[in-house]
Design a binder for this molecule. Structure first.
Ligand SMILES: [Zn+2]
Length: 270
């Protein structure tokens, strides 16, 4: 098999000297300063030639996304690095050539990065979900659904017993992480919440916890301990647990205190 070898070589050139390489170079007794440079340069030339011959449009179309993903992957170790690059190439081959405007290209880049990341982390979903989906917006806080068409019961309704907001949406609508953070809860049956996920993030020094519930069975893409990105697809709208119909019951806690999710989103999401 020649392709995996080629990808590995390419990854090596795109990544700055790995920690292992750096430390090896610094402890090497002879010619400590010039050698690492030379070997890196050689590697770059060799892999550059291979890449130029084998995958023509690869570097030209998606340099930034590529660098980011590889860097993220590098933090998680060499195994992930290779997996990420494999995911990447298949995504790019599928998507790169149809984009025309800059906005479209940016959107495709985000989708490619999301898919690579999700694949790298390993989705826990048993139903079919397009992992390349990304929620709208660019900031640290995002709306959990791409479109809010109808709001059901609001914050502190039902005599104060309703701790979130009901975002009414068709079953199967993708749900996006409202903030980046670490998944604290990811369960098929979480009290009356049914299928639910809780993400703990930090925004401006404050702990922001978001809860997504009544999700569709088998649709959770992330497990406990997973580090998610704002806008990452985490599951699908459903009606599990104590739910009257398909909707996302969404709660927000800041430093442990419940806040009105809609007010929070209106003030912060973008
Ligand atoms: Zn509710």
């Amino acid at each position: 098999m020649r392709r995996p070898a080629r990808r590995r070589a390419e990854v090596a050139t795109r990544t700055a000297p790995a920690p292992a390489q750096r430390s090896a170079a610094s402890t090497r007794p002879a010619a400590p300063k010039r050698r690492p440079l030379r070997s890196l340069a050689t590697l770059a030339i060799v892999a550059g030639l291979v890449a130029a011959v084998g995958i023509p449009a690869y570097g030209a179309l998606v340099p930034e996304t590529d660098a980011k993903t590889i860097q993220q992957a590098a933090e998680e170790g060499a195994q992930s690095l290779i997996v990420a690059s494999e995911v990447k190439s298949s995504v790019l081959q599928r998507d790169s050539y149809s984009a025309t405007t800059e906005a479209e290209i940016a959107k495709k880049k985000a989708a490619a990065a999301a898919a690579a990341r999700a694949k790298m982390l390993g989705s826990t979903a048993s139903v079919n979900i397009d992992l390349s989906l990304v929620g709208p917006g660019t900031g640290p806080v995002r709306w959990p659904l791409a479109k809010i068409t109808r709001i059901g019961d609001g914050f502190m309704s039902r005599g104060g017993a309703h701790h979130g907001v009901d975002l009414i949406s068709p079953g199967g609508t993708p749900i996006f992480a409202s903030t980046s953070g670490v998944v604290r809860v990811s369960q098929e049956s979480y009290y009356g919440y049914g299928v639910a996920i809780v993400i703990d993030g930090v925004i401006d020094g404050r702990k922001v916890s978001t809860l997504y519930s009544h999700m569709r069975y088998g649709s959770r893409t992330v497990g406990v301990g997973t580090h998610v990105q704002a806008g990452q697809v985490i599951g699908l709208v459903g009606a599990t647990g104590r739910a009257f119909g398909n909707h996302l019951h969404f709660e927000v806690k800041i430093n442990g205190s419940l806040v009105d999710p809609i007010a929070f989103l209106r003030a912060n999401a973008g």
